[in-house]
Design a protein around this ligand. Structure first.
Ligand code: SAH
Ligand code: SF4
Ligand code: F3S
Length: 471
């Protein structure tokens, strides 16, 4: 048994991270024979990609996937800690599973992994009130899933294996990709920014960049397998390479990935602090690096930004934003905004609205501040009342939504390259995303799925575009 420990999780060492290779003992390869698994994923793209690894690991153990949890022999929840409602969803699901286990299937194995597994409070709760949960495995030792699962199948007791210190980078974990045309590629793990509201630096550990050769090799293989698009993933991709003992940064990586010939490259998330001019130049220069940047601002008040530990001001953010808009042709920019951070006054909130009016984002994810276990902001006096937070969120959403529609209307008549992803259920039309990551629906032949086509925008809505294929 190894439990999460926040003191260890907070520590950052200068030690250079090594790489290891995933290994699986042959005698485990049949432990899932005849059994089905159900995997539920919460949270960000990083978790979605981890789930692609989990599926492949389980299938190497001969488990088969089911999308009906009631017929599963193994249920795994890949959880997220970012806000209280992510927690509530996972605990709500556990409540349902208790019922299934009690009344339908006493042999059901239930496991919890992902960011919540790294939280002391969650693991204590599981140990005290959810004794029927079979195992908990952390984000740093996910590659040990076959072993922890095997122990759970052998023994009756609850297994908890959560490493609080990140280990080496593990290469060669198998992956079962959800999509045959676009793929996620991890480039950097963890986060060292410690924004005062955020739990990620504790649940995902120290910032560790993957070796560029491994990344380029993965993308080259994807190109060979017919993939058209990659999204380079990290909590803060711009910090890529900062932990190397040689000079190599995000701009270098973008350039090298671009040269693999993959048709479309997206990357996320970019912290404004590490965004360099060199990166802007590279993005502008290469056609296969998509003109789309997710640039979370969080707040438009420099005073709140300081309390958040974001390391930029409203003015420096706007300067970066304007430079990106000026230098990258056709670029679209999206953002994340938190309302109701402790101490946020009406005038701070109005600064945020002012910033949104300047930036006129193409997309924005807006959140109510949610206090997270042991983070500095959770301890601040002056927490904003729930009702005020909700009212601000509502006002903010009205402003951001207005710009989504206005920007989309400006796109009418433009032609974009679109990777056709499938058929939309509602309209029985094809759908895909533009180079600027806007959802677009259009008529066309099913054979086009997985191909890149030119589409002219004919109509604009708040959340999507309509278009027609042009030759
Ligand atoms: N690494 C990314 C963000 C990852 S979390 C970045 O720094 O940009 C995604 C978003 O969740 C954040 O941008 C933030 O807007 C929001 N978020 C994080 N912690 C939160 C909290 N405690 N309450 C509300 N929203 C939060
Ligand atoms: Fe959280 Fe800040 Fe790191 Fe993003 S940069 S993951 S918001 S600590
Ligand atoms: Fe959630 Fe962890 Fe991602 S907290 S947002 S799943 S890194």
């Amino acid at each position: 048994m190894e439990l999460p420990d926040y003191v260890k999780a907070r520590q950052r060492s200068k030690q250079v991270v090594e790489k290891e290779f995933y290994k699986l003992d042959d005698d485990l390869r049949q432990i899932g024979r005849g059994k089905k698994y159900f995997l539920k994923t919460y949270g960000c793209q990083m978790n979605e990609h981890d789930s692609e690894n989990i599926k492949a690991m389980l299938e190497e153990l001969a488990f088969e996937e089911t999308d009906n949890y009631k017929e599963a022999d193994l249920i795994l929840l890949n959880t997220c800690s970012i806000r209280e409602n992510a927690h509530n969803k996972a605990f709500g699901m556990l409540g349902r599973l208790k019922h299934v286990k009690e009344f339908n299937n006493p042999d059901l194995i239930v496991g919890l992994c992902g960011c919540m597994a790294q939280e002391e409070g969650v693991v204590n709760k599981i140990m005290n009130k959810y004794k029927w949960v079979n195992f908990v495995i952390g984000t740093h030792n996910l590659h040990r899933l076959p072993y922890v699962l095997n122990d759970s199948l052998q023994r009756q007791r609850q297994e908890i294996e959560v490493f609080s210190r990140e280990g080496n980078i593990i290469e060669g974990i198998p992956v079962k990709r959800e999509n045959a045309y676009k793929a996620y590629v991890n480039i950097i793990y963890g986060c060292d920014k410690f924004c005062t509201y955020c739990i990620v630096p504790y649940t995902r550990g120290k910032q560790r960049s993957r070796n560029p050769k491994d990344i380029v090799r993965e993308v080259e293989e994807l190109v060979r397998d017919g993939y058209q698009e990659v999204t380079l993933l990290g909590q803060n991709v711009n910090a890529y390479g900062k932990d190397f003992d040689y000079e190599y940064n995000m701009a270098n990586l973008l350039e090298d990935v671009s040269k693999t010939g993959i048709k479309r490259i997206f990357f996320m998330t970019s912290h404004p602090w590490d965004f360099t001019d060199e990166m802007i130049d590279v993005i502008a220069k290469y056609d296969n690096i998509m003109p789309f940047i997710h640039l979370p601002v969080q707040s438009g008040s420099s005073r709140i930004l300081k309390l958040m530990g974001r390391r930029y001001t409203k003015e420096s953010y706007l300067a970066l934003f304007d430079k990106i808009k000026e230098k990258i042709p056709r670029v679209s920019v999206s953002t994340d905004i938190i309302v109701g951070f402790p101490g946020e006054k009406e005038e701070d909130f109005l600064e945020t609205i002012d910033l949104v009016n300047h930036c006129q984002y193409d997309n924005a994810y807006t959140f109510i501040y949610s206090p997270r276990e042991k983070t500095p902001a959770a301890k601040l006096q002056d927490q904003v009342p729930e009702q005020v937070k909700e009212e601000r969120l509502h006002r903010l959403n009205e402003v951001v939504n207005k710009y989504f529609l206005e920007n989309n209307k400006k796109n009418i008549g433009d032609i974009y390259e679109v990777l056709v992803e499938g058929i939309s259920e509602k309209k029985n039309e094809l759908f895909g995303y533009t180079e600027t990551k806007k959802l677009i629906n259009f008529k066309g032949d099913e054979d086009l799925i997985g191909k890149i086509v030119n589409v002219r925008v004919t109509e604009a809505k708040t959340w999507s575009l309509d278009g027609e294929i042009v030759k």
